[in-house]
Ligand binder design. Sequence first.
Ligand code: DGL
Length: 275
Amino acid sequence: MPEAASRRDAPIGVFDSGVGGLTVLRALRAALPAEDFVYLGDTARLPYGSKSAQTVCRYSLQAAEVLVQRGVKMLVVACNTASSVALDALRERHARLPVVGVLEPGAAAAAAATQNGAVAVIATEGTVRGGAYPRAIESLRPGLRVVQRACPLFVALAEEGWTDGPVAEAVARRYLEPLFSVPDAPDTLLLGCTHFPALMAPIRRAVGDRVMLVDSAATTARATAEGLATLRLAKEAGIGRLRLLATDGPERFARVGALFAGESVAAEDVELVDL
Ligand code: DGL
């Protein structure tokens, strides 16, 4: 097979700190049904959100290495924390591999959505500390006001499956009401973490109907599709296959992952790998 054709037929690698990135994978598979995907969840080392930038960078390079070994033609960093601290290092280490992160598409969607010029970003502690979202949003539309809040308990709630009900509702109100009950409150809320779309219902109730909720799954899928088309790497036909890899606990990956994937996941289909 000529080299260009075999590259087109290679899978797309996607990685996240765990199962939350399956929300991004779901959007990717819907947008690119012919493509094969290899998804790696670094479940042994989740959460990334509470770790230092150096550690997340090191973990991200190791995760990418596994996917590169599997011959991927493109890398999608589905984890917001990894996207906010490791994209430059990944692009430097794998100079010939196109790397798409959730950060830039999410920032672009939020910058385009706001009408009153104020955006709120909620994410993990690491993403908020690094300030990558405000930098990306302000560079796209200088003059926008960006406020941030770390919401680490949302990750735990989503992993526990407590995505609605009184506990999720109380946590959402505690985190979000201070951002939205002030004069000149943002009219746009960017969900800057893989897990947060799972808590859409309590988040919506806490912020009210008038705030636009933006998440990066669909925009990242679009950016990936555009990247493939520009580089002439899109697979032309067929039904895409999926390979799931995890660094710990295929059973837990399958059980919790189903919530994010929107479909059942069988533990036997999850391959345990070491980084
Ligand atoms: N995947 C992470 C993110 O999107 C959330 C979970 C974690 O802290 O590892 O930031």
